[in-house]
Design a protein around this ligand. Structure first.
Ligand code: ADP
Ligand code: ASP
Ligand code: MG
Length: 410
């Protein structure tokens, strides 16, 4: 008998029929003897609908109240799923994040889970109940409701599995595993049987929305056995592994992309110590996260300073930069919010040279200009014009032989 935490995403619980189908599956597993904790998302489209509703009332709603509102999406699903389970004779209990003591910090909209008191869940399991928990939410130490950021139900699932020391955390979604890239963009993309934790972490942080980045971080910290599967069909899914065999590792495991990027450049800033700290200090004070950074070598005694931010924070970043430009007597501020980031990821890169140049050549052959580059041990990212996103991803997918089982070498 195993203890399994399953998380079902929005599409998987997107209608009464889908909720009933999930209930059937859960009841079957329960009958077979497993202890089950089920974490659910809001029904598909619900979180977006609630955000729109809030915006119809207030263009800049209070983050606290927005979280109170958004948490209702998941609360609806837990009640419906529990009803569906009871209807077919499977005892179940639903809990909101607050009720099940998912304690978070107080950063509304992107709160982090601090701890979970899982005793209540264990009591229910002992009584033979299936426990149904609202994903994406918790409460801070003062009892304020918080949410964990978009895609946050993944993190609830993994955190719950860590707290309960579950035998496996299964993330059920609308694709049957982690693919070499988003199958919506590249139909030839291939499901991976397994992927290393490190690669998954990179893919998630570079824009693959199949798992929320924090859920992967959590899984790594507590070594949670994690699998991504389809709620629509049976199959082995993709296992996230914690050991890697570099000899067998493919060169590239996957391609990630992120559309939500924007680029800012401060031209003609003095080339002297402290300038980067001053510019990024001001950006940081405005709570804006910076991703890639490039500072050119000075031709005269001034230089250009470029960095990327989340597209949603572009306007705010530009305003801050306009002020900094005045203070620094910089020549001008430029910006572009029509850029995207494409990244190739693979632990095989550690032991192979020439991967980055293969990437650049592939993009060049398609006439795609690279605006910025950043690399780490197991990834190469480039910033390109937005209109080249699909073309770039497809070209790289082919160039690295990702659609085939055996991969071509460079
Ligand atoms: P859920 O609502 O179940 O959480 P998401 O929409 O958050 O589902 O995540 C699943 C989606 O992630 C897929 O439909 C797919 O389009 C997208 N995706 C992006 N990159 C990948 C990838 N490498 N492998 C699989 N799916 C991916
Ligand atoms: N409902 C939330 C969202 O749409 C959380 C989740 O589905 O994981 O982002
Ligand atoms: Mg998701």
């Amino acid at each position: 008998m195993a203890l399994i935490v399953q998380k079902y995403g929005g599409t998987s619980v997107g209608s009464p029929e889908r909720i009933s189908a999930v209930a059937e599956k859960v009841a079957r597993m329960r009958k077979a003897g497993d202890d089950l904790v089920i974490v659910v998302s809001a029904m598909s489209g619900e979180t977006d609908r609630l955000i729109k509703l809030a915006k119809a009332i207030h263009s800049d709603p209070s983050p606290r109240e927005l979280d109170v509102l958004l948490a209702t999406g998941e609360q609806t699903t837990i009640a419906l799923l529990s009803m569906a389970l009871e209807k077919i004779g499977c005892p179940a209990r639903s809990y909101t994040g607050f009720q099940v003591h998912i304690r978070t910090d107080n950063v509304y909209g992107k709160a982090r889970i601090l701890d979970i008191d899982e005793s209540r869940v264990r009591e229910d399991l002992k009584k033979g109940r299936v426990v149904v928990i609202a994903g994406f939410q918790g409460a801070d130490q003062d009892g304020n409701i918080t949410t964990l950021g978009r895609g946050g139900s993944d993190t609830t699932g993994v955190a719950m599995a860590a707290a309960l020391k579950a035998d496996e955390c299964q993330i059920y979604t609308d694709v049957d595993g982690v693919y070499t890239t988003d199958p919506r963009i590249v139909p030839e993309a291939r499901r991976l049987d397994r992927i290393t934790f490190e690669e998954m972490l990179e893919l998630a942080s570079l824009g693959s929305k199949v798992l929320q980045i924090r859920s992967v971080e959590f899984a790594g910290k507590y070594r949670v056995p994690l699998r991504v599967l389809s709620s629509f069909e049976d199959g082995p899914g993709t296992l996230i592994t914690y050991e890697e065999n570099e000899m067998e590792a493919p060169l590239i495991s996957g391609i990630a992309f992120n559309r939500d990027e924007a680029k800012l450049t401060l031209r003609g800033v003095p080339d002297k110590p402290g300038i980067a700290a001053q510019i990024l200090g001001e950006i940081g004070k405005a709570n804006i996260n910076v991703d890639m950074i490039v500072q050119n070598v000075a031709a005269d005694d001034t230089t250009d300073f470029t960095f990327t931010v989340h597209r949603g924070e572009y306007k705010k970043a530009r305003e801050v930069l306009a002020r900094v430009a005045q203070d620094l007597k910089a020549r001008e501020v430029n910006g572009d919010d029509k850029i995207v980031k494409i990244s190739i990821v693979g632990v095989g890169m550690r032991s192979h040279a020439g991967i980055a140049s293969q990437m650049f050549k592939t993009l060049a052959d398609e006439g795609i200009n690279i605006q910025m580059i950043s690399t780490s041990e197991i990834k190469v990212s480039v910033v390109v014009e937005e209109k080249y996103l699909e073309l770039g991803v497809r070209a790289l997918h082919t160039a690295f032989g990702l659609e085939k089982t055996s991969q071509s070498t460079v």
